[in-house]
Structures are given as structure tokens and as C-alpha cells.
Design a protein around this ligand. Structure first.
Ligand code: F6P
Length: 324
């Protein structure tokens, strides 16, 4: 029997998504499953924007960040009407299964379709690493490396001028990127949403770094922290005289999403993609493909939808010690 799978990427793009698209397509074709891609995520699904994928159309993409299928954050898909229209399109094209590559919001969308009885398989992908059901998501490693390189560069100029620098990294409400790059980049202060902190505390940590004889002082702050770059910058500006030093601010923003996927994300995307096809072929659906204890895992979407993975804050204390 001819089987048809449809593949889409949704939410924030992440380096390694293309590796997953390539792997799903080629492993599915190998099993004689026909594959269509959907342009622009759930918005394209509602509009029926399907394109046939073959081995050649997914060639030359594994080394590129972004997603060859395009992505959106689709508000319509959150409505009953949007979901019904999507299901109508899938039925019209006689689709047997849908593979959805994306993060938290996206996989809640996957769960919505799955609850309505459609066979959906999620692939864990977001630079934020805040998705339950997997230890790491596609895109995290590359995004961390982009942020780390920026921190390293700032450290060089900070040391030349004995200056304090602040780097704001992404992560939405999760401090994972800030904590990991803060530790790996040797930051003097790390500010994340999960641990309360205030500008005076940050100033204290920076001053202490100079007192210990350090030539630089770096703060890595998560965009979702109560005092993010904007909050800290205005506080430091207002209190410049009393604090006795300036804070130069860099907001990395979307730069973190555009790094060419490193080998980790290419392999992770490839393994997740192949595992999704395996699930399509065996009829196992309603699950998120992730990785746990080094092995591919399949977690019911019902267990992960609408939840956020907790950050291991014990590393925050370690960062404090290491900053000395
Ligand atoms: O979820 C990935 C992410 O890059 C977050 O870190 C960030 O808060 C958000 O997406 C930005 O979204 P957008 O690209 O829609 O501005």
C-alpha cells in the first residue's frame, strides 16, 4: 500500500532542522513512503501548501541553518477552526502521518491534532532546550557555540579596557542558554529567570571580580530574566556615579539561531529524523522523538505538551564558585 507522510517545521527555526528534514525524507523514501513538505509550518498546513519532496530536493541542505520548508508562529492553528482546516487538508491529500519539527508551542499543536485522532510524530527542536521528553533539542549545541564565541570576543576587548560587559542571550523564559554559556565562557555573573537576582547583586559580583584582580567582568543574562539587558543597562546608567563603572551591552538576539549547524546538531537532526520515519513505518504515533541517556526516546505528546523542562539550577552554584 502506498503511504504518504507530511513534514513541517514550526516556531523558531533551529540549526539542524534541515538535517531532520533530509533524514525523514530519505529514510521514508527508502521504505517506499511518499513524502510531502509543508511550506511555512501550521499556516501552510491550513492553507494546503504541500510540496513533494524527493531525495534530490533535500540535497545540499544539511550544512545550512534555518529550515528549507520555512516556518511561522501560527495563531490560527490555536483555534478549533484552524485545526479542522488542517485536518481537512490532510484528509484531502490522503496523508497517513504527519511529522512536526519544533519546540514547545509547536508540540502543543502536534498534541492538538493527535488528540483529534490524527497520527502525528513530533521531533524535538528549539534552541531554548526547554522541551520535556528529551535531554537536548535540535539547535541547542550550535546556538550555544554562537553565543560562546561572542562572549569570548567580548572578553578580549573587555580585558584590554578593564571594562564590564553584558551579553544578553535568548531562551524565552528559560535560563539554559545563559547558564551554559555563562559557565563555559567564564562569566563573572549570570542572570537567569529561575534564580532571583537584582542589579545591586550583579554590580557586587562585577566589583568583586576587579577586586580579585581580574582584567574583565562579564555578565551573561537570559532575555527572560526579570532584569534582562534593558533593565540592567538602565539601572547601571542611572547609578553610574555611585557604582563607579559602565556596563557595555550586547544583545545577541536572532544571531544565535543562524549559525551553521555543527556536527552535533547535524547528527541529532539525522537521528531524530530517522527515528520519526521508523515510527511512521511501525504505526507508532502521538509521541515526541527525543534523546534520553544517549538513546532515542519516544514520549507521549500528552506527557510533554504545555510543559516546560526544569533547569538544573545546581549548576548555578557551581558557576558562582568557578567565577572566583
Ligand atoms: O524559541 C526560540 C526563540 O529563539 C526564543 O529563544 C526567543 O525568545 C524566540 O524564539 C524569539 O521568537 P521570534 O523569532 O518569533 O522573535
Amino acid at each position: 500500500m502506498r503511504r504518504i507522510a507530511v513534514l513541517l517545521t514550526s516556531g523558531g527555526d533551529a540549526p539542524g532542522m534541515n538535517a531532520a528534514i533530509r533524514a525523514v525524507t530519505r529514510t521514508a523514501l527508502d521504505r517506499e513512503i511518499e513524502v510531502f513538505g509543508v511550506r511555512q509550518g501550521f499556516a501552510g498546513l491550513i492553507a494546503g501548501h504541500f510540496v513533494p519532496l524527493n531525495a534530490r530536493s533535500v540535497g545540499g541542505i544539511i550544512q545550512h541553518a534555518g529550515t528549507m520548508l520555512g516556518s511561522t508562529r501560527c495563531l490560527d492553528f490555536k483555534t478549533e477552526e484552524g485545526q479542522s482546516n488542517a485536518l481537512r487538508q490532510l484528509a484531502r491529500h490522503n496523508v497517513d502521518g504527519l511529522v512536526v519539527i519544533g519546540g514547545n508551542g509547536t508540540q502543543s499543536g502536534s498534541y492538538a491534532l493527535s488528540r483529534k485522532g490524527f497520527p502525528v510524530i513530533g521531533i524535538a527542536s528549539t534552541i531554548d532546550n526547554d522541551l520535556c521528553g528529551t535531554e537536548i533539542t535540535i539547535g541547542v549545541d550550535t546556538a550555544l557555540n554562537v553565543a560562546l564565541e561572542a562572549i569570548g570576543r567580548l572578553k578580549v576587548t573587555a580585558a584590554s579596557h578593564q571594562r564590564a560587559f553584558l551579553v544578553e542571550v535568548m531562551g524565552r523564559d528559560c535560563g539554559y542558554i545563559a547558564l551554559m554559556t555563562g559557565i563555559a565562557g567564564g562569566a563573572e555573573s549570570i542572570v537567569i529567570p529561575e534564580i532571583p537576582s537584582d542589579p545591586e547583586g550583579v554590580a557586587q559580583e562585577l566589583r568583586a571580580a576587579y577586586e580579585r584582580g581580574k582584567p574583565h567582568a562579564i555578565v551573561v543574562v537570559a532575555e527572560g530574566a526579570k532584569y534582562n539587558a534593558e533593565g540592567l543597562a538602565s539601572y547601571f546608567k542611572l547609578n553610574r556615579e555611585r557604582l563607579g563603572f559602565d556596563l557595555r551591552v550586547t544583545i545577541l538576539g536572532h544571531v544565535q539561531r543562524g549559525g551553521a549547524p555543527g556536527i552535533f546538531d547535524r547528527l541529532l537532526g539525522t537521528r531524530f529524523g530517522a527515528a520519526a520515519t521508523e515510527s511512521l513505518a511501525t504505526g507508532e504515533h502521538g509521541v515526541l522523538i527525543g534523546i534520553q541517556n544517549g538513546r532515542i526516546s519516544r514520549t507521549p505528546l500528552s506527557e510533554i505538551a504545555g510543559k516546560t523542562k526544569e533547569l538544573d539550577v545546581s549548576l548555578f552554584e557551581l558557576a558562582r564558585v568557578l567565577a572566583k
